[in-house]
Design a protein around this ligand. Structure first.
Ligand code: DAH
Length: 344
């Protein structure tokens, strides 16, 4: 029996020294010292020995168990220490490394300008609405006093979808949609994408406008002027001035084009304002009574003003951007320049 004990002990010690991690050591413990482990089974055989042999053999066995136990313990401590070091090395965090800055997106300049303009008009009591980009001829033209075959259609280079539908050439059809569905008073601005067959450094076939409409009793051209002056001073600088020049739009009477003092040179004359000190920013006017009547509003009781401006144009003036195409290329070197501006 002694020899058996000795051979199990040697095998156990060899297994301990071969085990290289905590899990393997656990397995060695179960195999030799566990409830049905090799050493434990041998122990059960003690009962079969004679009274004289039993204590002697018990001693030998306990000594062997103790030796295996000690080897296991010291190897476990050693392996645990090594595993801890490995884990620490793996999880090492160098707090002195510079932080990694995630790339931050910014608002597109057109989005920013749209939000700025909308905010100014919300402050003046206007609400915001949106409308369809594929628009019927009825709303895009006819209800705005541009009948079929009217020469004023030439003012807008239209993309026709078919005989009755167009890609809206302006946001003005939403005026008619508002007037035919709402009761005055109405105060609304309508931002949106519009389409024209036109393409050069300051024109793009797809661009953006904001339409404005105010319908109420006793509205005059003076209200329009006051409203647009307040807008221009909040959008550009506090001392910006505006001027109204006579113009023609079928849906307004009288119609005006509105200029602001050049934001770049402050009115002294520069490249952007072509030396005049003024830049045109929008078209506007007093809503034509014919339009009111076609949209079901009594023109003897109500009047109104309307205006329409191009977002790209405002952004180009405000930021001194020379070519409209820069807005659509999404070159981050261009977009990044509006970084600081975005933080509110
Ligand atoms: N719809 C016109 C355009 O796109 C702009 C415009 C002019 C809108 C006068 C208006 C207005 O509401 O009253 O050129």
């Amino acid at each position: 029996m002694k020899a058996q004990i000795e051979s199990i002990k040697q095998a156990a010690l060899a297994a301990v020294s071969a085990a290289s991690d905590t899990q393997a050591l656990g397995e060695v413990r179960v195999r030799y010292l566990g409830k049905s482990g090799e050493m434990t089974s041998l122990m059960k055989g003690l009962g079969a020995l004679s009274k004289e042999e039993r204590p002697e053999m018990g001693k030998v066995m306990n000594a062997a168990r103790a030796e295996i136990e000690a080897a296991l313990e010291s190897k476990t401590a050693q392996v645990a220490q090594r595993e801890k070091e490995e884990r620490l090395a793996l999880e090492k965090l160098d707090v002195t490394l510079p932080g990694r800055q995630p790339a931050r997106g910014t608002l597109h300049p057109i989005t920013r300008v749209r939000e700025d303009i909308v905010r100014v008009f919300l402050g003046m009591g206007f609400e915001v609405a949106e409308g369809p980009e594929i628009e019927s001829d009825l709303y895009n033209f006819q209800l705005l006093n541009v009948p079929k075959d009217h020469p004023a259609r030439d003012m807008q280079d239209t993309f026709y979808v078919n005989d009755s539908y167009v890609l809206r050439t302006h946001t003005s059809p939403m005026q008619a949609r508002m007037m035919t569905t709402r009761k005055p008073p109405i105060r609304v601005v309508i931002p949106g994408r519009v389409y024209r067959s036109d393409d050069d450094a300051s024109h793009s076939p797809i661009f953006h406008q904001i339409e404005g409409l105010a319908i109420d009793k006793h509205i005059t051209l003076g209200d329009l002027e006051g409203c647009l002056l307040a807008f221009a001073q909040q959008m550009f600088t506090k001392d910006t001035e505006i001027r109204l020049r006579p113009s023609y739009f079928p849906f307004t009477e009288p119609s005006v084009e509105v200029d602001v003092t050049c934001a770049i040179c402050g009115g002294k004359g520069c490249r952007v304002c072509k030396g005049t000190g003024w830049v045109e920013i929008l078209g506007a006017g007093v809503v034509n009574p014919a339009v009111l009547e076609m949209c079901g509003i009594d023109s003897t009781e109500y009047g109104g003003f309307a205006f329409g401006l191009g977002l790209e144009r405002i952004a180009m003036i405000k930021y001194g951007i020379p070519n409209i195409k820069l807005f659509y290329e999404n070159d981050v070197r261009f977009l990044k320049q509006f970084n600081g501006e975005v933080e509110k």
